[in-house]
Design a protein around this ligand. Structure first.
Ligand SMILES: [Mg+2]
Length: 129
C-alpha cells in the first residue's frame, strides 16, 4: 500500500496503472468475471454513479459541489472506478491505451480543425459533413 500512495500522475505510467489493476484482479481470481461485455457495462454503471452525484444540480451547484471536500472525494472515487474498469477492459482486449488515445486525438484533430472550431462546439450540421 505504501508504494501505491506514491502513485501520482507526474510519476506514474499507464503501464504502471495497468499492472496494479491486473494485480488486483489476479489476487482475487476475478479475471473469469472480466469479459468485455460485463466490463463495458461496469464502465457505464460507474459513469452513471458519477452522473448521479450531479443529477438535478445547476452548473453553478455542480461547481460548488466539486469544491466541497466530502463531495469531491465521492467524485474522485467514481472517476477512479471508471478508470479502473477502462484499464481492465484494455487489459482483457490487449489494447495499448496510449496508442488508442493518440490515434483518436489525431483523427479528431482532422475532423475538428482548430481554425474551424475555436471556441465553438460541433453541431449536428458538422457531424453530417
Ligand atoms: Mg462507484
Amino acid at each position: 500500500m505504501g508504494a501505491l500512495r506514491n502513485m501520482v500522475d507526474e510519476k506514474t505510467t499507464v503501464a504502471d496503472l495497468r499492472r496494479e489493476v491486473e494485480k488486483f484482479v489476479h489476487e482475487r481470481k476475478w479475471r473469469k468475471f472480466h469479459n468485455p461485455k460485463d466490463l463495458a457495462i461496469s464502465i457505464c454503471l460507474e459513469a452513471a454513479e458519477l452522473l448521479e452525484l450531479f443529477q438535478w444540480l445547476s452548473q453553478r451547484e455542480v461547481w460548488r459541489l466539486a469544491r466541497n471536500p466530502v463531495a469531491r472525494s465521492k467524485i474522485g472515487e467514481e472517476l477512479a472506478d471508471i478508470q479502473i474498469y477502462l484499464l481492465c477492459l484494455a487489459n482483457v482486449l490487449n489494447f495499448d491505451v496510449s496508442q488508442l488515445v493518440a490515434e483518436k486525438l489525431q483523427r479528431d484533430r482532422e475532423r475538428y480543425p482548430a481554425e474551424n472550431f475555436k471556441g465553438r462546439a460541433p453541431t449536428s450540421a458538422d457531424e453530417k459533413r
